[in-house]
Design a protein around this ligand. Structure first.
Ligand code: C6P
Length: 430
């Protein structure tokens, strides 16, 4: 029996559900009605959207919030003395407060808007890393990182002469804690950066434990929360992480907006990431005085409507509640895993005990891109590729995997559609 079965006990006798209905408390029909894009057919088949880890679809409330901003009150923020600028500023800063509450950050100044998770991590690598890391120091990451949490640190290492260290994981996709601790104990680690929920494996890392172990040695920690925030409640004060990064587009908000949470004292001590308008208090040709947090890290005109859209996305998500989201998605993951396990030749990559929201797999003798292309003809959208986590593929000796990833609007019927389409793939390649 594979490690998979320990996480995902099969459902032996679950009868099929009526369209739109689901076990649990969620009114799936109502939730799905919020997403206009889900009503369409693809290649003549109902759209089954299972590529949510790449980017999730947007509820009408978010589309309306962005449209309202542009049609009713759009203007540049923080600068104008006129009514529209004032209204835009209030909405933009209101969204910052919504993000603060969502993460339970202590101060609103700890929320920095960026373009995406990638930019949030680059900000820390450039500003914190550039000002504190020296030759011979070490940055510790894990072997299951997305490229966004590898390459910025490699670039920092190239600039400074620091070394990148990598904590390994087991065949099941679980971090090896003893190895992590051993690497922490070198006495040279200046920062730990790890992924909360792996986009390639679905592994949910024990974030609190990893942070506590690093803090016990005085090492600050950045958490890549790109995949975790849409699926589980995150409390940055309870976690006690030093930085937490995520993207709006994965949490029902628009693309082009990211968030960096950072502890106030750290952010205050860090130099600006980029220079320009809005991040200054006083500029002369001799010198510039920088603005206070959070403006110090938000140079130039930001994605105003996008940030307001993110605020609307968090409002929408709060009406459901992340605990209910997590319970629903967990049931879907268990169901999908059990169904997929029944397909001969299908191998699930990532069988950690703590998993969430996605399942990655290979089918013997069939390239994942062929799987993805044939599924698309059946109306089923998944992602096939290396998922910007090439070291994970290298770890398992595969070029790519197919990945089905879930959002709150997905149903068991859609998992059934995935399984049916996969059987078709097998038939075609038989
Ligand atoms: N993963 C996926 O299909 P950006 O592109 O900056 O919004 O997010 C980057 C990122 C960082 N960390 C993790 C764990 C991620 O999963 C991602 C984005 C997408 O898996 C696109 S490659």
């Amino acid at each position: 029996m594979s490690a998979l079965h320990s996480v995902t006990a099969p459902h032996p006798a679950l009868p099929p559900l009526r369209e739109g209905l689901e076990r649990g408390d969620l009114d799936l029909a109502r939730i799905r009605a919020d997403f206009p894009i889900l009503r369409q057919r693809v290649h003549g088949k109902p759209l089954v959207y299972l590529d949510n880890a790449a980017s999730v679809q947007k509820p009408q409330a978010v589309i309306d919030a962005i449209s309202d901003c542009y049609s009713d009150y759009y203007a540049n923020i923080h600068r104008g003395v006129h009514l529209l600028s004032e209204r835009s500023t209030v909405a933009y800063e209101g969204a910052r407060e919504k993000v603060r509450a969502f993460l339970n950050a202590a101060h609103v100044q700890e929320i920095i808007f960026t373009r995406n998770t990638t930019e949030s991590i680059n900000l820390v690598a450039s500003s914190f890393g550039g000002s504190t890391v020296k030759a011979g120091d070490e940055i510790l990451i894990t072997a299951m990182e997305h490229h966004s949490n590898i390459v910025p640190w490699q670039m920092l290492c190239e600039r400074t002469g620091a070394l990148l260290k990598v904590a390994p994981f087991t065949d099941a996709g679980e971090l090896i804690l003893e190895e992590y601790e051993r690497l922490l104990d070198s006495g040279r680690v200046r920062l730990v950066a790890f992924v909360h929920l792996s986009n390639a494996l679905g592994t949910l890392n024990p974030a609190k434990t990893l942070i506590d172990l690093a803090h016990a040695r005085g090492i600050p920690v950045l958490v890549d929360g790109a995949q975790s925030v849409p699926h589980l409640a995150v409390d940055v004060q309870a976690l006690d992480c030093d930085f937490y990064a995520f993207s709006s587009h994965k949490i029902y908000g628009p693309s082009g907006v990211g968030v960096l949470y950072g502890k106030k004292a750290l952010l205050e001590a860090m130099p600006p990431y980029q220079g320009g308008g809005d991040m200054i208090r006083l500029v002369t040709f001799e010198k510039t005085e920088y603005a206070d947090l959070p403006n110090k890290f938000e140079a130039g005109t930001p994605n105003i409507a996008g940030v307001i859209g993110l605020g609307a996305a968090l409002d929408w998500l709060n009406t459901i509640g992340l605990d209910a989201v997590a319970a629903h998605e967990h049931a879907l993951l268990e169901y999908a895993t059990a169904q997929l396990s029944g397909i001969p030749g299908l191998n699930i990559m990532g069988t950690a005990r703590d998993k969430a929201a996605l399942v990655a797999f290979t089918l013997r003798g069939i390239h994942p891109h062929d799987i993805g292309t044939i599924l698309d003809r059946e109306g089923v959208a998944i992602r096939a590729g290396h998922h910007c986590a090439q070291p994970v593929m290298q770890r398992y000796g595969v070029p790519a995997t197919a990945r089905a990833s879930f959002a709150v609007y997905n149903t068991r019927d859609e998992v059934d559609a995935l399984i049916k389409a996969l059987c078709k793939v097998k038939e075609l390649f038989a």
